[in-house]
Design a protein around this ligand. Structure first.
Ligand SMILES: [Zn+2]
Length: 402
């Protein structure tokens, strides 16, 4: 098996949080075999004046195939959604995202398999499949009659601990790599509110117990304080969004090692759509205005307390949330006050830790998958450099954009 040496002027060392000069990465098969100066190989890829980083991760996104917000209420045929979402997979890989975690989409389960078998180019996908929520919860389609909402493939509506356990079993049966639940209402769901606490402590504990017994982590869509706290105390593995975290929330998250995926770039999306021109309904804009004010303080509260933060764009493929632009999230984290080095960790090693694959990806270390990205410039000096991806290798294979 041949050894390929990938060489660039700079390399970001995730562990030390520094840029190293003139350090090479040797790759054999799908893994990194050596990292150091002046390595020898059968082939050398010299990327010149660029910075090498671990492949990027986005641990909260949705491969929906949607191209407008109106389509969310009037779904196009599944075949159309699937082909668009396949296009999004390629856009993600081209943008340097070698691993993603899809937080809710039935299509993603099949895209995961299509990427893995080499049929379509894309990132390695870890998928939740259907999102589990209570009747009237965030993943329930509030505008539909309940029987039609129950028939939607992207969600499972469950009430009561045993129904919640069954929903976990059904998600696992469908192929879920982890379990996504909703323990609060949301901004985009019509008849609930981020401050509504969803599922009882007993229901969440049943979900967590069932999921963990089956070797799956639990990610909770949780925005308001009460639903965050109940989920954290019940043992979920990550809080998604967490717009309204208080000191008690972050203290419990630190104590239990609960991860935080703030989906912070949504603050920009909320502001832009509040400013007008995108046709979102007033009930939604009202909730967005409230969230915008809370998101910044929650992010800093969690960061200062030492909660592990990972990047999740919550992009769907829709306007202002197009796949391929997912580096918006680490850039927004810096805008929210995180040091660039922490945003880069959120994008790599921390995100890998949220999925549970930190021993396989997220850092340029021998033994890890050869997931490498090179960008123009130095992202520690200017985080916007993350948008200038010039080279992508996933699992030892160079991705050539069409
Ligand atoms: Zn989401």
């Amino acid at each position: 098996m041949k050894t390929t040496v990938v060489r660039a002027a700079r390399l970001f060392d995730v562990t030390e949080g520094v840029i190293l000069k003139d350090v090479d990465v040797a790759v054999r098969g799908d893994v990194i075999t050596e990292v150091g100066p002046g390595l020898l190989g059968d082939e050398v890829i010299d990327l010149g004046d660029r910075t090498l980083l671990p492949g990027f991760l986005d641990v909260h996104m949705h491969l929906t195939g949607l191209r407008s917000y109106a389509e969310g209420r009037h779904l196009p045929p599944r075949e159309i959604l699937a082909v668009r979402a396949a296009q999004d997979c390629e856009a993600l890989l081209t943008a340097g995202f070698t691993t993603v975690r899809d937080c809710g989409s039935a299509i993603a389960l099949n895209l995961r398999d299509l990427v893995a078998e080499g049929t379509i180019p894309g990132p390695r996908i870890y998928a939740a499949g259907p999102v589990i929520c209570q009747t009237g919860g965030h993943a329930d389609a509030h505008h539909l009659p309940l029987d039609l909402a129950r028939a939607q493939p992207d969600s499972l509506i469950a009430d009561g601990p045993w129904a919640c356990r069954q929903a976990v079993r059904e998600a696992v049966r469908a192929g879920a790599d982890f379990i996504k639940i909703c323990t609060t209402g949301g901004v985009s769901s019509e008849r609930d509110h981020p401050n509504d606490a969803h599922f009882t402590a007993e229901e969440i504990a049943a979900i967590v117990d069932e999921a963990h017994r089956l070797g799956r982590r639990v990610a909770s869509h949780a925005q308001g304080r009460s639903g965050v706290l109940t989920a954290v105390l019940a043992g979920v593995d990550s809080i998604e969004h967490g717009y309204y975290l208080d000191e008690e929330c972050v203290a419990e998250m630190v104590a239990r090692g609960t991860f935080y995926v703030p989906t912070f770039d949504l603050r920009t999306f909320f502001q832009r759509t509040v400013d007008g021109g995108h046709g979102l309904p007033e009930w939604r804009l009202r909730k967005q205005r409230e969230a915008i004010a809370a998101m910044g303080p929650s992010l800093l509260r969690a960061y200062e307390a030492g909660v592990l933060i990972a990047t999740g764009s919550d992009y769907l493929g829709t306007p202002l949330r197009a796949h391929g632009a997912n580096a918006d999230e680490p850039i927004s984290l810096v805008g929210g006050g995180l040091p660039p080095v922490e945003a880069l960790r959120a994008l790599t090693v921390n995100a890998a830790t949220v999925i549970g694959v930190e021993d396989r990806t997220g850092s340029l270390t021998p033994g890890r998958w050869a997931d490498l990205v090179a960008v123009d410039g130095d992202p520690l000096i200017d985080i916007e450099a993350l948008r200038s991806v010039a080279f992508v290798m996933k699992g030892g294979r160079v991705h050539s954009p069409r």
